[in-house]
Design a protein around this ligand. Structure first.
Ligand code: F6P
Length: 552
């Protein structure tokens, strides 16, 4: 009989890490820096145009070795190969997760169901290129013969967050020919505000939905279609203005989108990993196909690094294992993403979906309840704005919140001393989080300010900053399509490695289904005139009645 696997938390590697945490729990990082003047150099590594300083972590060589031993024991190298090879690592849906193939055109064959997918990837990129050319050159126009001026992308989740993030982040690379809009929410205000700004004669709509079954996207697309027809368009000219990206072309055609206007998606690409596919069409239209390909090149460079670099020097693995260290051994419940680059304002939202939809799971791959915390809450925002909002809690709150600072060395907009000041802010935050301020230092500071002994005693406890708060600093020379591609791929692999350790299926998302299922029944009741059925609870029933009482 095969032996049952040893539970994760009973393995020697796990226990060793638990002991290391006990041994280290009263050692401030300040002391670790004092003991080892070489610490910053030793905990610094580079790949694919990104550099990672991970010296401001509560860790020693022993901890790192222990984390890497756990990664090996959990099969990270083998599972990584399985992902790149196209094994069906999404076990609950029986699918491979091959987003890496999308950024490897010209690469070796990868077989899915007996078909090499690489030629399909290349053909799709070629179609995207010629479509983009046709739009930007004015060869393809709107129904009155005018060149397109606006592109409205309609999609939600992965069919929205990635393209939006990249389009914003690459704003300095936008060609200026087209203005881009992203509509996601099933809140009439979202689509209405966009439609108010665009002209039906010169607006291209991209309906972005892998499944072509997503309520928000279909309803918004219907509103866009009606608006187009009411404002000069016709059934015959819909084909000029509506394009879809989907793995479900039949339903897209039923919706009224011409077959030649449908770009493919595939089951082997997860929604939250889809920006590299034709779901990236808005990106290509806004920044050009050359920059879209450069984005893929940067991501591919990170893929190569991840696949072929020993764990100890592997950026995604180091970041993933440090995340495991804090989530599972120090009780951290959240992880902050703090980009110090205004173009990366939407990065936390994208990484939130990537990570929380991937690793927000409570059973292992074979369906057993986990006995340890899995994916943390991912949150964050752009620096320096956050310093005047939630950083107070990072510095003096009661929770341990590991953070990633992300900042380019050069700005696209070198006005005044802004970039030096921004960089100084970023460093002062990571340093303050690490070093904090002792009571003695607080007292000395207050004494220097001339306060009385009484006032010093009253104020000093409030001025103490505990410090010892861990962070990584990720750098790049400049935010370019290549470094951005590498950055997003880095986080994708970080998420993957953590999923391997926790033994969850990082590529399914069954949890979002229940709300969708219940939504249907509730909508019927909200729209109907019959007395609301006693559903399962009186709260929902009462709220339905309230809505209906104000229904126009
Ligand atoms: O929220 C669930 C989800 O399935 C995401 O994974 C996905 O990115 C999003 O909905 C949109 O799905 P689709 O592209 O099929 O419309």
């Amino acid at each position: 009989m095969p032996q049952a696997p040893v539970p994760l938390t009973s393995r020697p590697e796990w226990r060793a890490l638990a002991s290391l945490q006990q041994a280290l729990k009263n050692t401030p990082m300040r002391a670790l820096f004092e003991q080892d003047p070489d610490r910053a150099r030793r905990y610094f590594t580079e790949a694919a145009g990104l550099s990672l300083d991970y010296s401001k972590n509560r860790m020693t060589d022993d901890v790192l070795a222990g984390l890497m031993a756990l990664a090996r024991q959990c099969g990270v190298p083998e599972r990584t190969e399985a992902m790149f090879r196209g094994d069906r690592i999404n076990v609950t849906e029986g699918r491979p997760a091959l987003h890496t193939a999308l950024r490897n055109p010209g690469g070796d064959a990868i077989m899915v169901d007996g078909i090499d997918i690489i030629p399909e990837v290349e053909q799709t990129l070629a179609r995207m290129a010629s479509f983009t050319d046709d739009i930007l050159s004015g060869q393809r126009t709107g129904f009155t013969g005018k060149a397109f001026t606006d592109v409205v992308s309609i999609g939600i989740g992965g069919s929205f967050l990635g393209p939006k993030l990249i389009s914003e982040a690459l704003q300095p690379y936008q060609n200026g020919q087209l203005s881009g809009y992203f509509v996601a929410n099933i809140d009439g205000s979202d689509i209405s505000e966009v439609l108010r700004q665009v002209n039906p004669e010169t607006t291209l709509f991209l309906v972005q939905s892998k499944s072509f079954r997503t309520q928000e996207t279909l309803e918004n697309s219907q509103i866009a279609r009606d608006w187009f027809l009411e404002n000069g368009g016709s059934e015959a000219t819909i084909a000029k203005h509506f394009v879809a990206v989907t793995a479900n072309p039949k339903v897209a055609e039923t919706f009224g989108i011409a077959g030649e206007n449908i770009f493919p998606m595939w089951d082997w690409v997860g929604g939250r990993y889809s920006l590299w596919s034709a779901i990236g069409l808005p990106i290509a239209l806004l920044v050009g196909m050359t920059n879209f390909r450069a984005l893929l090149t940067g991501a591919h460079a990170m893929d190569q690094h991840f696949r072929h670099t020993p764990l100890e020097k592997n950026l995604p693995v180091i970041m993933a294992m440090l995340g495991i260290w804090y989530s599972n051994f120090w009780g951290a419940e959240t992880h902050a993403i703090l980009p110090y680059d205004h173009y990366l304002e939407s990065l936390p939202a994208h990484l939130q979906q990537l990570d929380m939809e991937s690793n927000g799971k409570c059973v292992t791959q074979d369906g057993q309840p986990v006995s340890y915390p899995t994916g943390p809450i991912i949150w964050g925002g752009v620096g320096a704005n956050g310093q005047h909002a939630y950083h107070q809690l990072l510095h003096q709150g009661t929770r341990l919140i590991p953070a990633d600072f992300i900042i380019p060395l050069q700005s696209h907009n070198p006005v005044g001393e802004h970039h030096a000041i921004l960089f100084a802010n970023c460093l002062s935050q990571s340093r303050a989080l690490m070093a904090g301020k002792t009571e003695e230092e607080a007292r000395q500071e207050l004494a220097r300010d001339g306060l009385s002994q009484n006032d010093i005693a009253t104020l000093a406890p409030h001025k103490v900053i505990p410090g010892n708060k861990p962070s990584n600093t990720l750098l790049m020379d400049k935010l370019t399509p290549e470094t951005l591609g590498a950055l997003i791929a880095l986080y994708e692999h970080r998420t993957f490695v953590q999923g391997v350790i926790w033994d969850v299926d990082s590529f399914d998302q069954w949890g979002v289904e229940l709300g969708k299922q219940m939504g249907k029944g509730i909508l019927d009741q909200i729209m109907g005139d019959a007395a609301p059925k006693a559903t399962s609870d009186s709260s929902t029933e009462q709220l339905i009645r309230l809505f209906r009482s104000k229904r126009p």
